[in-house]
Design a protein around this ligand. Structure first.
Ligand SMILES: C[S@@+](CC[C@H](N)C(=O)[O-])C[C@H]1O[C@@H](n2cnc3c(N)ncnc32)[C@H](O)[C@@H]1O
Length: 264
C-alpha cells in the first residue's frame, strides 16, 4: 500500500511539474533549467535496469526534482567516468546535493581515484572537511569479510585518490586507510552531515558499512549509497535494511541513477 501511494505521489508530482513547466514555465529561465534537469533524468542511457513487474528494486523512488532545484554545482572530471566511477549524471546529482545541503563534515567509504571526493570538495563550504577511507592494495587478501568477485581491480591501484592529491582543495580532504570492517570509526560518532558509501559491494560489507554510517551520521544528516541497481549485494542489503531496520524506513532510490538515499 505504501509503495502504491509512493508511486502515485511520484507520478502526480511529475505530471504537475511537467504541466507547469511546459506552459507558464517556458517563459521563465529557472523553469527552463528545471525542464533541462527533467530531460536529463529521463534521457539517461538504459544501462541501469528498467523497472518491470518483477523488479527486485523495492525501494520507493524519489523524484530528483524534489531533491534538487537547478544544476548549480561545479565539476571536475565529470565526463571522465568508466569502471569504478559514478556516471556523469550520478556525479551531478551528488554534487548538487552537496551544493544544496552544504555539509561541513563528509565521510566517504571507498575512495578509488577520488573523483567523487574531489567534486564533493568543490561543492561543499570552504571550511568543510571530507574524510575518505580506502582499502590499501596490500590488504586485498586480508579483509575481514570476503569482498565481491570483480572488485580487486578497484583495490589494486598505484595511487588512491589520484584525482585530488595535487589539487588546491587537497587540504579539505583527509585520507585514511583500512578495512571498513575493522577500521575504528568511533572518533566520528554522530558527527557527519553526509556519508557516501561506495566501497565493497558484497552484501556483508554493505550491511557493515551501513551500520558504521548510521553510527557516524548526525540527526538530520544524509547517507548515500552507490550501485543499488548495479550490484546484487548492494541491492539485497538495502532491500533488507529497508524492510527490517526501522532506521532505514525512509530509504529511497533516486530515479535515473543507481544511488540510494536516506535522510535521517
Ligand atoms: C567503486 S570504488 C569507489 C569509487 C569512488 N567512491 C568514486 O565515486 O569514484 C571502491 C573503492 O572501495 C575500496 N574498498 C573496497 N573494499 C573496501 C573495504 N573493505 N574497506 C575500505 N575500502 C574498500 C576500493 O579500494 C576502491 O577504492
Amino acid at each position: 500500500m505504501g509503495t502504491l501511494k509512493d508511486t502515485l505521489s511520484l507520478y502526480a508530482g511529475v505530471v504537475r511539474r511537467v504541466g507547469y513547466t511546459l506552459t507558464v514555465g517556458l517563459g521563465n529561465a529557472q523553469e527552463r533549467n528545471r525542464l533541462l534537469a527533467l530531460y536529463q533524468v529521463y534521457a539517461q542511457p538504459t544501462t541501469l535496469e528498467d523497472p518491470t513487474p518483477d523488479d527486485p528494486h523495492i525501494l520507493p523512488k524519489t523524484d530528483i526534482l524534489e531533491l534538487l532545484k537547478n544544476d548549480e554545482a561545479v565539476y571536475e572530471g565529470v565526463n571522465e567516468c568508466g569502471f569504478g566511477h559514478t556516471t556523469e549524471f550520478e556525479l551531478k546529482v551528488i554534487s548538487n546535493l552537496v551544493r544544496m545541503k552544504q555539509p561541513k563534515r563528509i565521510f566517504e567509504i571507498g575512495t578509488f581515484q577520488g573523483r567523487t571526493t574531489l567534486n564533493m570538495a568543490l561543492n561543499s563550504p570552504a571550511d568543510a572537511q571530507i574524510v575518505t577511507l580506502d582499502l590499501p592494495g596490500s590488504e586485498l587478501d586480508n579483509t575481514q569479510m570476503k569482498i565481491a568477485v570483480g572488485e580487486a581491480r578497484y583495490v589494486k591501484k598505484d595511487r588512491s585518490g589520484e584525482r585530488f592529491l595535487e589539487h588546491p582543495l587537497r587540504s579539505k580532504i583527509q585520507q585514511v586507510f583500512g578495512d571498513s570492517a575493522t577500521f575504528d570509526f568511533s572518533p566520528y560518532k554522530a558527527s557527519m552531515d553526509l556519508i557516501f558509501i561506495d566501497a565493497s559491494h558484497a552484501y556483508e560489507y554493505v550491511l557493515n558499512d551501513t551500520q558504521k554510517a548510521l553510527e557516524m551520521i548526525r540527526p538530520g544528516g544524509i547517507i548515500l549509497w552507490h550501485d543499488y541497481t548495479n550490484w546484487e549485494g548492494v541491492r539485497n542489503a538495502l532491500n533488507e535494511l529497508y524492510q527490517k531496520n526501522p532506521s532505514c524506513r525512509n530509504l529511497r532510490h533516486i530515479g535515473g541513477t543507481s544511488i540510494a538515499l536516506l535522510q535521517l
